[in-house]
Design a protein around this ligand. Structure first.
Ligand code: SF4
Ligand code: FE
Length: 480
C-alpha cells in the first residue's frame, strides 16, 4: 500500500491537480481549501484507522488477487464474514467522523464490477474481467480512493438516454478509437469527488436497444484532460470557513462533499474500459452496485446516529432534563431505531451469497429494506433530537456573540444551563445537533444510494408477492 497515512493521502491529493470549481471560482489547492478539508479529514480516517493494531481485522484484508495485505476499502468480499466486517467497519469509522467518509462508493463499484465483468465475459467472450483484475491490483497497491460514478443528470426522466433532446444528459461514448474511447457527459451528486483519485463511471440505469453508447464502464483519473468538478452547496457551508462552534463538526463536516463531475470528451485507453455496449448487463450492474451500497446504510448511518443520540443526551443533561421520564423514553426510542437499522445491514450481510466470480454479495431484498428504513429512521431520530434539544437549536446566537467584548456576557449568562457546565460547552452540543440533523444531512439519507422509490421497485421485483398469495390461499383452504 503506497498511501498509508493521512499525510500520504493528503500529499497524493495535492500532487494530483484536479480542476475543481467552488462558488464560481477555481480552487488552486484542494487540500488547503476550507470547504474541502472536513471531507478530506473524514476520508483520511479510512487510512488512519487502518494503521491501528486494534482495527487490523476490520480495516484491512488479504487480497484475493495478490495475497497481499490491503486496506479493506479496496478488497473484494470473499465471504459472509467479509460482508459483516464491512458493516462493522463503517459503524466504527462513523463514530470517529460523525459524518460520511465517502470511500464506500468506489469500494462498492469495484465489488459490483468484479462480479459483473466475470459474467459479461462468460456470455460475450470478452476480456473485461482480466482487465479489471489488473486495474484492481493497481488500486490495491496504490491504496487509491475511487468515486463510484453511477448517477447521470438524466434530463427528462420520462425519456430513455437515446431519446433525450440533449444526448449528453446520460454519459456516453462519442468515439471509439484503436487505442481507446472518448467519453462525454456528466455524473451528478458524486460523493467524495473532490478528495478522490479516480472516478469509475458506470451506467445509471438498465439500458435498452439503441442505448449501446450509454452502456459504458470506465476508470478515469480525476486529473484527466476534460474532467471538471463543480462542488455542491451544502447547508451551513460558510460556517466551515470560520471553523468555530457554529460549524458543529468543523473537523469532519456533516455529509460527503458532493460534486458534479463533467466529462468533456475525455479519452480513456482500452485497458481502463470494463464495459462498452453490453446493454444486457447494465441492469445487473446497477442492481449489484445499488445493493452493495444500500447494505452500508445501517452501518454508517447507524454510527452517525449514535453520535446524535449521545449529543441529544448531553443537550438534555446540560439543561437539566436528562432525568425526566419523557426524555429517557425518547432516548430509548432513538437507541431502538439506530440498532434496528444496524441489524438490517448485518442481516443482509449474513444472508449474503457467493457469485460466479467467487465474490460475495449481500441479500438484495434485505439490503434494499435497510436503505429504505434509513430514509425514514434518520428523520425520526432527527425529530426526536430536535424535540429533546429544544428551540435553542434554531435561535442560538453566533459563536462570535459569545466572544464579543460587549454582548458576550449576556450570551454567557442567559444561554447557560445547569451549574458546572459552561455556556460554551452547551453551545457546542447544540450546534453539533443542529448541524447533524438538518438540511443536507437529511436529504443525503433520503437520496444517497438511491431514492426510496428505487427501493420500492426492488420490493415489487424480489418480494415474492405471488408466493405469498399462494401461501394465504393454502391457509384459507382456497383451491381455485
Ligand atoms: Fe459510505 Fe455511508 Fe457515506 Fe455512503 S453515505 S459513502 S455508505 S459513509
Ligand atoms: Fe451516501
Amino acid at each position: 500500500m503506497k498511501i498509508r497515512t493521512k499525510e500520504d493521502y493528503i500529499k497524493s491529493l495535492k500532487d494530483q491537480k484536479v480542476v475543481i470549481y467552488y462558488n464560481g471560482e477555481l480552487v488552486e489547492d484542494r487540500t488547503a481549501f476550507p470547504a474541502f478539508i472536513p471531507h478530506i479529514n473524514s476520508a483520511a480516517k479510512t487510512y488512519e484507522l487502518a494503521l491501528l493494531p486494534e482495527n487490523e481485522d476490520l480495516l484491512t484484508a488479504t487480497s484475493n488477487v495478490t495475497g497481499k495485505k490491503i486496506n479493506r476499502f479496496t478488497h473484494i468480499h470473499q465471504s459472509v464474514d467479509d460482508l459483516i466486517k464491512k458493516v462493522q467497519m463503517l459503524r466504527l469509522i462513523a463514530h470517529e467522523t460523525a459524518s460520511c467518509f465517502q470511500r464506500c462508493v468506489g469500494f462498492d463499484a469495484m465489488n459490483s464490477l468484479y462480479m459483473t465483468t466475470y459474467e459479461i465475459d462468460e456470455k460475450h467472450k470478452t476480456k473485461y474481467f482480466e482487465r479489471f483484475v489488473e486495474y484492481l491490483k493497481k488500486i490495491q497497491e496504490e491504496n487509491f480512493m475511487l468515486v463510484g460514478g453511477m448517477t447521470d443528470p438524466k434530463g427528462d426522466r420520462s425519456k430513455r438516454p437515446s431519446q433525450q433532446a440533449d444526448p449528453d444528459l446520460f454519459t456516453r461514448v462519442v468515439e471509439k478509437r484503436k487505442d481507446g474511447i472518448v467519453v462525454r457527459g456528466a455524473k451528478a451528486h458524486q460523493t467524495g469527488a473532490v478528495n478522490s483519485h479516480e472516478i469509475m463511471i458506470m451506467p445509471t440505469q438498465a439500458m435498452g436497444e439503441g442505448d449501446e453508447a450509454y452502456a459504458i464502464v470506465a476508470a478515469i483519473p480525476l486529473d484527466a484532460k476534460g474532467v471538471t468538478l463543480i462542488f455542491g452547496r451544502q447547508t451551513n457551508d460558510e460556517r466551515k470557513f470560520e471553523c468555530g462552534i457554529d460549524a458543529g463538526n468543523c473537523e469532519f463536516g456533516m455529509v460527503g462533499g458532493e460534486a458534479l463531475v463533467v466529462l468533456e470528451d475525455v479519452f480513456v485507453p482500452w485497458e481502463r474500459v470494463f464495459m462498452c455496449g453490453e446493454i444486457d448487463f447494465t441492469g445487473m450492474l446497477v442492481e449489484r452496485f445499488a445493493t452493495l451500497h444500500r447494505q452500508n446504510y445501517g452501518g454508517c448511518k447507524g454510527g452517525v446516529s449514535d453520535i446524535v443520540i449521545g449529543a441529544s443526551a448531553l443537550a438534555a443533561q446540560y439543561q437539566g432534563t436528562l432525568d425526566a421520564s419523557h426524555i429517557k423514553d425518547k432516548l430509548v426510542e432513538m437507541l431502538h431505531l439506530a440498532e434496528t437499522v444496524y441489524s438490517g445491514s448485518i442481516a443482509c450481510s449474513a444472508m449474503g451469497s457467493k457469485t460466479k466470480s467467487g465474490a460475495y454479495y449481500p441479500d438484495p431484498l434485505l439490503a434494499n429494506c435497510t436503505k429504505h428504513n434509513i430514509t425514514r429512521v434518520i428523520y425520526d431520530i432527527s425529530r426526536l433530537a430536535h424535540d429533546i434539544g429544544g428551540g435553542i437549536m434554531a435561535t442560538l446566537p453566533f459563536d462570535k456573540d459569545l466572544r464579543s467584548p460587549v454582548v458576550g456576557k449576556y450570551v454567557k449568562k442567559y444561554m447557560k444551563g445547569v451549574e458546572g457546565v459552561s455556556t460554551e460547552t452547551r453551545m457546542k452540543i447544540v450546534r453539533l445537533l443542529e448541524n447533524m440533523t438538518g438540511g443536507t444531512a437529511l436529504v443525503e439519507s433520503m437520496h444517497g444510494a438511491g431514492s426510496p422509490q428505487s427501493q420500492r421497485i426492488m420490493y415489487q421485483r424480489l418480494g415474492k408477492l405471488g408466493q405469498k398469495m399462494k401461501m394465504a390461499k393454502k391457509i384459507a383452504k382456497i383451491d381455485e
